[in-house]
Design a protein around this ligand. Structure first.
Ligand code: UDP
Length: 218
């Protein structure tokens, strides 16, 4: 019987950061490493960091008992459109996590997450589908995070914060703790600039920057 096949979708910066974690994860199961490949809509003939780079159609054509894919692309809109394709093609969303990720009590996390080294998720946290938490990010207690949310490296998300779908939190941003029953809310599709210090709720679809973070008027 064919073996399962594993893909890291996106052969650029994000994908090259996730691939070694994926490799460690499947090595632990005894699966042969040639069953782990990159997928990219701009495929290339040469391997990348030791793994073939296939188009999605090529990936689907390889005989496999089951297909697992982590979408390693930071852009949430792209991530969602690829997730829809995977669902149509009965490809299983794959969560890839570094071996040193710390997950404390009562954490629920949706399918297809990518958790980089040194990420910490403390206790009583809910996280949606296809979450990305890049290097050294943390999520503190009682946070609720939606679908297709992206944390760049070093995001400090303190307790009692709600982050709605598609929000992007830039590198090193700090989000102030909310209160039980009165969370600090980052609105759907909002972008938090790198290094921003977010002291109050952020509306949907705006960009905030600075300390204290203010809406960027373009
Ligand atoms: N990509 C893709 N399909 C898409 C959009 C992007 O395969 O619909 C690939 C793109 O060819 C590139 C990677 O995803 O190789 C995204 O790389 P980028 O450097 O833009 O972003 P990052 O790796 O930081 O998420």
């Amino acid at each position: 019987m064919n073996q399962p096949l594993y893909g890291v979708y996106g052969a650029s910066g994000c994908g090259r950061g996730i691939m070694p974690l994926a490799r460690a994860q499947i090595s632990a199961t005894g699966t042969s490493l040639d069953r782990l490949v990159f997928i990219d809509d701009k495929p290339r003939p040469e391997p990348l960091n030791g793994h073939c780079v296939y188009s999605y159609a090529e990936f689907l054509a390889i005989p496999a008992s089951k297909r697992h894919v982590v979408i390693a692309i930071a852009n949430s809109v792209v991530r969602e459109s690829i997730a829809e394709r995977l669902e149509q093609d009965v490809v299983t969303p794959w969560t890839v996590a570094a071996t040193n990720v710390v997950v404390m009590d009562d954490v629920q996390i949706g399918e297809g997450a990518a958790l980089s080294p040194f990420v910490t998720l403390t206790s009583n946290i809910r996280i949606g589908r296809h979450f990305h938490a890049n290097l050294y990010s943390y999520v503190e207690h009682d946070c609720i995070i939606g679908d297709f949310v992206t944390f760049a490296p070093g995001v400090k998300c303190n307790g009692n914060v709600v982050i709605e779908d598609y929000a992007y939190i830039g590198a090193g941003a700090v989000i102030k703790q909310g209160r039980p029953g009165a969370p600090l809310v980052i609105g759907r599709g909002a972008v938090i600039g790198m290094g921003a210090v977010v002291t109050k709720s952020v509306p949907q679809n705006v960009t905030v920057v600075g300390n204290p973070a203010r809406v960027l008027v373009k």
